[in-house]
Design a binder for this molecule. Structure first.
Ligand code: AMP
Length: 200
């Protein structure tokens, strides 16, 4: 399986690039943010809990989000691979993801870290907020999301460096330019795995 973690600060383009990766490589997509927003729309118990955290720009507790991820993964058994978008966001989540994938005989193939300057992130999120209607796309919540990102999520770069699957991507420029860089990396992984299969 080609399992891809798409990583980066809020506004770095994870959702946009995930869509393009899915189409090009015929992969499934799990966005924990999307799962939570659906729960909120449907007014479920989980949605009510999620709403409290999301509106403050805080992360949901690890146990809760890991449980959600496990259920999503169970629904994608015959997949060619999954793009993980917005998960993991903490070291315990990354360790849990590895365990869940290992139990299914697979692992993370690559972690793509989208690098974007902070003022550009804020500009993009505010722009998105005009269309998305997302309650967390406002200046106050963005500040807390960026802080949470720096404190709790950014350390995952070190975790994936140690795993040997870290790959930085220049996340500025056009959507097509950025996708070009991502495609090049994923093409090389697909070729490598075909070589391994062919030559044992
Ligand atoms: P996103 O759409 O990925 O930006 O996620 C929106 C919000 O959902 C985040 O700011 C968090 O409040 C919550 N969320 C999404 N994914 C996670 C996660 N992996 N761990 C904790 N909270 C999450």
């Amino acid at each position: 399986m080609l399992n891809v973690v798409i990583f980066g600060a809020p506004g770095s383009g994870k959702g946009t690039q995930s869509e393009l990766i899915m189409k090009e490589f015929e992969l499934d997509h799990i966005s924990t943010g999307e799962v939570l927003r659906n729960e909120i729309r449907e007014g479920t118990e989980l949605g009510k809990i999620a709403d409290e955290y999301i509106s403050k720009g805080q992360l949901l507790p690890d146990e809760l989000i890991i449980d959600i991820l496990g259920k999503e993964l169970d629904g994608k058994k015959d997949s060619k691979g999954v793009v993980f978008d917005g998960f993991p966001r903490t070291i315990p989540q990354a360790k849990a993801l590895k365990k869940m994938l290992n139990e299914r005989g697979t692992d993370v193939a690559v972690m793509l870290d989208l690098h974007v300057e902070e003022d550009e992130l804020v500009r993009r999120i505010l722009e998105r907020g005009k269309l998305s209607g997302r309650q967390d796309d406002n200046l106050e919540t963005i500040k807390s999301r960026l802080e949470v990102y720096h404190n709790q999520t950014a350390p995952l770069a070190g975790y994936y460096r140690e795993e040997g699957t870290y790959h930085a991507i220049r996340g500025g420029g056009t959507i097509e330019d950025i996708f070009g860089l991502i495609k090049k990396k994923l093409d090389s992984l697909v070729t490598d795995s075909q070589d391994t299969q062919a030559h044992g």
